[in-house]
Design a protein around this ligand. Sequence first.
Ligand code: FPP
Length: 252
Amino acid sequence: MDLKAQIQRDKLPQHVAVIMDGNGRWAAQRNRPRVFGHRHGVQAVRAVTEAAAELGIPYLTLYAFSTENWKRPRTEVNALMSLLVETIRKEVKELNKNDIKLKAIGDLQKLPEKSHKALIEGIRNTANNKRMTLTLALNYSGRWDILQAAKNICRKASLNKNAETPHDPCEELSEEDFRQALCTRDLPEPELLIRTSGEMRISNFLLWEMAYTELYFSKVFWPDFSKEEFYKAILDFQQRERRFGGLSPTNS
Ligand code: FPP
């Protein structure tokens, strides 16, 4: 059964977000250290990026490191950061070949200097690519982003407090203004979220942005998540009826 051929190209999600989960359990099943799972996870990153670009999905966002992940043992955090540097450096050529732009969201200033530098270089070196935007969420959490947006809006409002303005800036704040203060302002809202490994949680990812996102949970551990698994998620999405709080056309 050719899954890819069954995908309707005119009904693709424009933005797919992924919580890559299960690397540790995948490694444990093989009596190997957790880092072994993360290393194999990079292959799945490659497969899913390729699959999304080939289909023509314009935005793919991967949750690579959450603000909560700092609580993990230092050796694992260091290994993840090194893997990030190594992967970005290695893959830039491939990203350019495939016309994929790298982007990052999160509290990036707090990443170790080496990781930050590799990331900025990767972003700069792929900035002109057009086919797909691959966004890595790094030191990211949805609450962090909502809070930093609120702080920036407050800061601006208090700077304007003494200005001669007849308007109440708080009353005038719109959803669109708030969206513009989030670090995801350049991305459309995700239409599909995929989480692997059988866990069914949002885990502080894209909280504002996922108001109407379709959720897809796969039991497969991330290192085993292949192109075929990605196609299954897209096909499942294409079966859904998205109503955004309205009625189905058959009811109206
Ligand atoms: C979750 O599995 C995975 C992570 C916290 C890290 C994801 C990182 C990668 C796939 C590799 C690096 C990625 C890039 C983009 C270079 P887990 O450790 O929580 O697994 P568990 O729930 O089984 O313990």
